[in-house]
Design a protein around this ligand. Structure first.
Ligand code: ADP
Length: 304
């Protein structure tokens, strides 16, 4: 039976560590870190995500502000707001909640956030630096997956990893981190990585997964990863979150993995909910504190 990787517990430990870090930052003469979220429109899921993030921030001593904009606002007005926040000394982290209304170009908006304040790591300079194994802001969900693997002492060096899903914000960066070269300046994982996606034939997906010591899946397809696709003892990280109605008519959240069966063959497994989800928010806090520290340091250097 697989060992459960308890994301809720690990995220709580990380939040406690971060709370201490914030206290120390303030004790050494700095103001509290500040995170500003921009929420465009009234999508209920986005509302919930932003409110969870803001609650988590407050809980560890980060000041948080939510800027709400109507769904029909022009892209330029959003860019102007980002520009003002970029220049504002009291703002350390800026997060634009995605998805944006369809009349806005997400790439242009993500690029408008100053790299140093880009706590989501979606600015293309941060993405590029991550791909080059250079120090950068790493997107929160991929960073959360990396942290879960590390804190569960899963060996990645020279191991086979399969990432199922190649989205630019989740699958792709996870694959980059897993294959990151330990001889460079970033946190090394050094795995051999295969990326599967919607055009990977099902029999090939099974073949690749079967060879994997680590499977990370992020497709949003419930039940995609079945027990016969998993090597005995493999580590299975489930990033998928889909809301379904079960046989009793009850609404519940499920991942990509056939959890009840896969846990019988895997060595480690994350549950959904309570696996990767809580880590994403914890990593946003980590990125915000890092941004605050870097900006404070840069300011000190400028005044010297
Ligand atoms: P997210 O942003 O959460 O990663 P997306 O919906 O953007 O989610 O991406 C889903 C990913 O899952 C895509 O990269 C897609 O190619 C992949 N995918 C979809 N169906 C399959 C499948 N049957 N087998 C493997 N990968 C799939």
């Amino acid at each position: 039976m697989a060992k459960l990787i308890d994301g809720k517990l690990i995220a709580a430990q990380i939040r406690a560590e971060l709370r201490k870090e914030v206290d120390e930052h303030i004790a050494s003469g700095n103001r509290a870190p500040q995170l500003t979220a921009i929420l465009v429109g009234e999508d209920p899921a986005s509302e919930t995500y932003v409110s969870n993030k803001m609650k988590a921030a407050k809980d560890i001593g980060i000041n948080s502000v939510t800027k709400r904009l109507p769904a029909d606002i022009g892209e330029q007005e959003l860019l102007d707001l980002i520009d003002r926040l970029n220049k504002q000394d009291t703002v350390d982290g800026i997060l634009v909640q995605l998805p944006l209304p369809s009349h806005m170009r997400e790439r242009v908006v993500c690029n408008a956030v100053l790299c140093e304040k880009d706590v989501d790591g979606f600015n293309e300079i941060n993405v590029g630096r991550m791909c080059l194994d250079m120090k950068s802001v790493i997107p929160c969900t991929p960073l959360g997956v990396q942290e879960l693997i590390k804190r569960s002492n899963i060996e990645t060096f020279g191991k086979n990893a399969v990432v199922v899903g190649r989205s630019k914000n989740v699958g792709m960066p996870i694959a980059m981190l897993l294959s990151s070269d330990g001889r460079n300046e970033t946190s090394a994982m050094d795995a051999t990585v295969t990326i599967c996606h919607r055009f990977t034939p099902p029999n090939k997906l099974e073949e690749y997964c079967k060879l994997a010591d680590i499977i990370v899946t992020a497709t949003g397809i419930p039940g995609l990863i079945k027990a016969n696709m998993v090597k005995e003892g493999a580590c299975v990280i489930d990033v998928g979150i889909t809301r379904i109605t079960d046989v009793n008519g009850k609404s519940k959240l499920v991942g990509d993995v056939d959890f009840d069966e896969v846990k019988k063959v895997a060595g480690h497994i994350t549950p959904v909910p309570g696996g990767v989800g809580p880590m994403t928010v914890a990593m946003l806090m980590k990125n915000t504190i890092a941004a605050a520290k870097n900006l404070a340091e840069a300011k000190k250097e400028r005044s010297n």
